[in-house]
Design a protein around this ligand. Structure first.
Ligand code: BES
Ligand code: MN
Ligand code: ZN
Length: 498
């Protein structure tokens, strides 16, 4: 999609379609009014006649109106004006996008930033528009021999209209940010949606190498199992033992900041398929465990966005990636392994494998002397039970870092919710035979998983995002969501302006 911002009155636009909002009941937005005035009441006549009343979810496509220049006018129902919040804004844009794409407008001028969303400025609205448009048009048909039927004249160019000329500069920046975040999200969704037989650890390593080869600011190294052996990553390696696919540790280094500036380190769980291993999962919906690499995919997404914006910051992405499968060589319940930092772990359940690969990656992160480390993982089914698909679970040993992430999530509608990391929970991880067990029983499964990780990050400012509920949707709209790329990219952006 091509994007632009401009300022100018709707009745003067020469374009296939002008898009304006109408609130419930029949309250015209300023742009709708301008079109109405120019056309001597064409819109108000239609509204009076009862063709639409502005309820959320309604749209009405009109032909050219008298004394105006657009071929069409799309009225978009925005619901009650006082309820028009961030989510309603995003929904209205998505709805408009679907309509435009299916009704032959190859270009449209959107009059949405003028609509009041409490607490949000024009820049926010421009960014949110781009993200909603890209989300609405996203399809994954890379694996279909013939793609789903495409519209005959799809939407190709969107112009976002802002009210004042002096808003143009900030809007152009917001546009670039929106485009970059959307591109990052798309990469994350594509990688997530690929099946486990295509998206293997080696495939992810190749993608990282490719991303780096296209850029002067990004470099990439891939550690093989032999390298991990030398580093003493016994915990990570215990997970790949049952798989024919070799594990990889992908390290991407983006250097956009000053040489001596400490990097932000992102660590993403990259289990390209999680069968549970010898502690085999039940069969129902097991296909969705191809999404167990969505943490890794989100590291790719943030890298993509940061690269595209050429942000002045140092960012390291570390991806431990493996399959978790059962075979004769696989790790068994009761096995004890030694992690890179010397901790011995009793593996009581081979399905709690995410923490086993993350702990070694988190120890490895220390060598970058990070400003902070954030891991992202589809870690526990319990997180999806606790928070559903609305919020990502957030844990941190540093409250300032937690707050930065919470705020970034609020700004981007990609919200997280903080959960407790109290030492009392650690009792649940006691093992009779090793320093620590890899599971903590039925209670508070999300918390004990985070507690396990916290044992490997004592020296660092660290946060953990459990995205088990937010990384993908199940059911009819099964597919990766691209979360938490907006949250994390915003977090990085906020760090850049300091
Ligand atoms: N990848 C899963 C977590 C998961 C399961 C995320 C379902 C989303 C949906 C993880 O590796 C896992 O299997 N966790 C176990 C932990 C348990 C054995 C302590 C779980 O959640 O059941
Ligand atoms: Mn598992
Ligand atoms: Zn897993």
């Amino acid at each position: 999609m091509e994007y632009a911002v401009k300022s100018g009155s709707p009745e003067k636009q020469r374009t296939p379609c002008v898009v304006v909002g109408v609130f419930d009941s029949r309250r015209m937005s300023d742009a709708a009014k301008a079109m109405d005035d120019a056309s001597e009441g064409a819109i108000s006549a239609i509204l009076r006649r009862g063709d639409m009343d502005g309820k959320a979810g309604q749209t009405l496509l009109l032909g050219q109106l008298p004394n105006t220049f657009a071929d069409r006018v799309l009225l978009v129902g925005c619901g009650k004006e006082r309820d028009f919040n961030e989510a309603a804004f995003a929904k209205a844009i998505a709805l408009a996008t679907q309509q435009l794409n299916n009704t032959g407008s190859i270009e449209a001028v959107l009059y949405f930033p003028e609509l009041n969303v409490k607490g949000r400025d024009t820049a926010w609205k421009v960014r949110a528009s781009v993200e909603s448009i890209e989300d609405a048009l996203y399809r994954f048909d890379a694996m279909k021999s013939s793609g789903d039927e495409a519209p005959r004249r799809p939407l190709k160019r969107v112009v976002i209209a802002v009210t004042r000329r002096k808003e143009l500069t900030e809007s152009e920046l917001a546009l670039e940010e929106g485009i970059a975040i959307a591109a990052g999200k798309k990469l994350t969704r594509d990688l997530g949606n690929l099946p486990g037989n295509v998206c293997t650890p080696s495939y992810l390593a190749d993608q990282a190498t490719k991303l780096a080869s296209d850029s002067d600011l990004l470099s990439c190294a891939v550690l093989e199992e032999a390298d991990m052996e030398k580093l003493g990553m016994g915990s990570l390696l215990s997970v790949s033992r049952g798989s024919r696919q070799p594990a990889k540790l992908i390290v991407m280094e983006y250097r956009g900041g000053a040489q001596d500036e400490k990097p932000i380190v992102l660590v993403g769980k990259g289990v390209t398929f999680d069968s549970g291993g010898i502690s085999l999962k039940p069969g129902a919906a097991m296909d969705e465990m191809k999404y167990d690499m969505c943490g890794a995919a989100s590291v790719f997404g943030v890298m993509q966005a940061v690269l595209q914006l050429r942000l002045a910051i140092n960012l390291v992405g570390i991806i431990p990636t493996t399959e978790n499968l059962p075979d004769g060589a696989a790790t068994k319940p009761g096995d004890i392994v030694t992690a890179m930092n010397g901790t011995t772990i009793e593996i009581l359940n081979t399905d709690a494998e995410g923490r086993l690969i993350l702990c070694d990656a988190l120890t490895y992160a220390e060598r970058f002397e990070p400003d902070c480390v954030i891991d992202i993982a589809t870690l526990t089914g319990a997180c999806a039970i606790a928070l559903g698909k609305q919020a990502t679970g957030l844990f941190s040993n540093t409250s300032a870092l937690a707050n930065e992430l919470l705020n970034a999530g609020r700004y981007t509608m990609d919200r997280a919710w903080e959960m407790p990391l109290w030492p009392e929970y650690e009792d649940q991880l006691k093992s009779n035979f090793a320093d620590v067990a890899n599971i903590g029983g039925r209670e508070a499964g999300t918390v004990t998983a985070a507690c396990f990780l916290s044992k490997f990050t004592r020296k660092q400012r660290w946060a953990h995002l459990d995205i088990a509920g937010t990384a993908w949707n199940s059911g009819a709209d099964k597919g990766a969501t691209g979360r938490p790329v907006p949250l994390l990219t915003q977090f990085v952006l906020d760090r850049c302006v300091e």
